[in-house]
Design a protein around this ligand. Structure first.
Ligand code: ADP
Ligand code: MG
Length: 591
């Protein structure tokens, strides 16, 4: 006799439940989505013991009559689709008809429901797949579903549940996602009898963000930029975090497609690219992104929890998101506001020991106030203009008459007066940015102009180094670097870009080889060029510790006005920190 058996339906449901119901938070997600699909405007979620003891969801949606209530917990039952053609344009959050059946197979469930036109409610109870009959009861319009003792007959699964706090964290995250996507809903989350969130349908999205992220709210909601675009049937609405509230992971990237929270690698990539050069490596932007498009333009039936979708035109989605976000970011003043100590805590410094960079800025400020007078004329040093041919030399006479509103301190920072207060500029970071943009502009048009070296400089090269150079001959040519073989293991530089005239050619080429050697795999030509230009800008920029003349400072300040994105260096570090006169007045207790 054969060994193969057909599993009974309850076993099938339990196995299927493994896909959709991973933990209590999955139950919360599925039930809240059902309430939304039922047209609810108010949903209350009650949790006890991290969902282990009780998960209860009450809504004021359309409700179910007795027949539907009997049917809803059977496998593959749904009111949302009928035929295969309905799968091509799913407008509801659910459609697979398996959530209630899965949930009912792994816990004790009690459901009470009443439709708008019925005089009474009905209820049904299911204990790990064994269902009782539907009986009348009394309740308000809408539906309440209570889940008790999740996984109690599946010790292996129950064992995998984490502490109540951890499970509650997951539940809160699901609640947050739904709350962000549904501004128009009244939502309440109660934990162990205490209200954790009560979100009103009257509040706008920013208010909702403030309530959902209370610890970091002053951070987040005050530092969001709004971006919108609508093209080719794709509507994008985003609140983008300023670079200063970036995070160390991408948890604060919320992407919604027609009200559904999704994760998508194309979209994550577009977001990352939009912030390119505005964030330091390893930092992730805070982004709330809402995409609306026709239901026919993507497939949500690719993942049991529907967190992944398949776009039919993912290139369009990518380019439009990238374009809309990037354009907005570049058009926004992203300067870092300076942090003055709290007025109340101005005396106590022990509480907080500033990192080196902060203390340098504090020093710089102190210096500024101490020496608030014109500096003596400084002698000209070898600072090269960012663009050849540009006249840096402002006459001494003019410079003396100029009502100076800037000051170089510690030969590293420039303090400059602005209309709103003053800014402190990191001279290297800003010049690096300006150089980088200049290089990008030029190389986009043509190869970089180069100049022949009087005497070619020769250098030794390893086999892999020589190969890396050979493989990237097009790149070196674009940069205006001319290399010739000079012996078995030796090469020589004959021409070098004019713009990098202050950089040691051999030093540059060594670093270039290292970069090419390291980055051979997986980096497309555009990104590689970008990295090389980054490096070039860094090497060619004025350094910290370099004394600048007035005319050099003036040129730098004027180039800053023309830069596309002067607030960050190409590595994403801030170039400028701004202080407002209002903050200073508060600090000096003038207001
Ligand atoms: P799906 O949501 O994929 O249709 P579910 O198993 O989650 O499958 O739900 C089955 C059906 O039960 C739904 O199609 C819907 O008709 C009904 N239902 C579930 N929850 C509710 C609710 N809160 N209010 C009204 N009807 C509901
Ligand atoms: Mg559902």
């Amino acid at each position: 006799m054969g060994k193969i058996r057909i599993l009974d339906q309850n076993m099938i449901n339990m196995i299927a439940a493994g896909e959709v119901i991973e933990r209590p938070a999955s139950v919360v997600k599925e039930l809240m989505e059902n309430s939304i699909d039922a047209g609810a405007t108010k949903i209350t979620v009650t949790i006890e013991d991290g969902g282990r003891k009780l998960i209860s969801i009450t809504d004021n949606g359309c409700g179910m009559d007795a027949d539907d209530l009997a049917q809803a917990f059977e496998p593959h039952t749904t009111s949302k689709i009928k035929t295969s053609s309905d799968l091509l344009g799913i407008s509801t959050l659910g459609f697979r008809g398996e959530a209630l059946a899965s949930i009912a197979s792994i816990a004790q469930v009690r459901a009470v429901s009443r439709t708008k036109d019925s005089t009474g409610a009905n209820c049904v109870e299911i204990d790990c797949g064994s269902k009782g009959g539907v009986s009348p009861c009394s309740a308000d319009y809408g539906t309440t579903i209570q889940i008790r003792d999740i996984f109690y007959k599946l010790p292996a699964r129950r064992k995998f549940l984490k502490t109540a706090n951890t499970e509650m964290g997951h539940i809160t995250e699901q609640f947050t996602r739904i709350a962000l996507a549904n501004e128009n809903l009244d939502l309440t989350l109660i934990r162990n009898g205490k209200e954790l969130y009560r979100l009103s349908d009257k509040d706008d999205l920013r208010r909702r963000i403030t309530e959902l992220f209370p610890i970091s709210s002053s951070d987040i909601s005050e530092n969001l930029i709004k971006a919108e675009s609508s093209e080719k049937g794709l509507h994008i609405h985003a609140l983008m975090g300023m670079p200063l509230i970036s995070r160390t992971n991408n948890r604060f990237q919320y992407v919604f497609l027609n009200g559904r929270f999704i994760r998508d690698k194309f979209i994550s990539h577009a977001i990352k690219e939009a912030y390119r050069g505005l964030l330091e490596p390893g930092r992730f932007p805070v982004v709330f992104l809402f995409i609306n498009m026709s239901f026919e333009d993507y497939d949500v039936n690719v993942h049991p929890t529907k967190i992944e979708v398949r776009f039919y035109n993912s290139n369009l989605v990518h380019s439009q998101i990238l374009g809309a976000l990037r354009e907005k970011l570049l058009g926004t003043d992203l300067e870092m506001p300076g942090r003055l100590p709290d007025v109340q805590n101005a005396q106590s410094t022990s509480r907080y020991s500033p990192p080196v960079r902060d203390s340098r800025i504090a020093d710089a400020m102190a210096e500024f106030f101490k020496k608030h007078r014109p500096a003596q004329m400084q002698q000209q040093l070898g600072f090269r203009p960012s663009a050849p041919g540009k006249v840096y030399a402002v006459s001494r006479e003019k410079s003396a008459q100029y009502d100076r509103k800037y000051l170089q301190i510690h030969d590293s920072f420039i303090v400059a007066q602005t209309e709103e207060g003053f800014v402190i500029i990191d001279q290297h970071a800003l010049h690096e940015r300006i150089m980088y943009e200049d290089l990008c502009r030029r190389i986009r048009k043509n190869k970089l102009q180069s100049q022949r070296l009087l005497i070619p400089e020769s250098f030794e090269v390893t086999v892999s180094g020589a190969e890396a150079l050979k493989a990237n001959a097009e790149l070196t040519d674009k940069l205006g670097i001319e290399l010739v073989p000079f012996g078995p293991r030796t090469m020589a530089v004959q021409a070098f870009p004019t713009l990098l005239s202050g950089v040691q050619p051999l030093d540059f080429i060594q670093d270039l080889i290292d970069l090419l050697d390291r980055k051979d795999a997986g980096l497309d030509a555009e990104r590689l060029l970008d990295e090389v230009l980054n490096m070039a800008a860094c090497k060619a920029a004025i350094k910290a510790g370099q004394k600048l003349t007035d005319s050099e400072i003036e040129q730098l300040l004027s180039d800053r006005q023309n830069a596309e994105s002067a607030s960050r260096c190409p590595h994403g570090r801030p170039t400028t920190i701004k202080f407002s006169i209002g903050d200073l007045e508060k600090q000096f207790k003038r207001t």
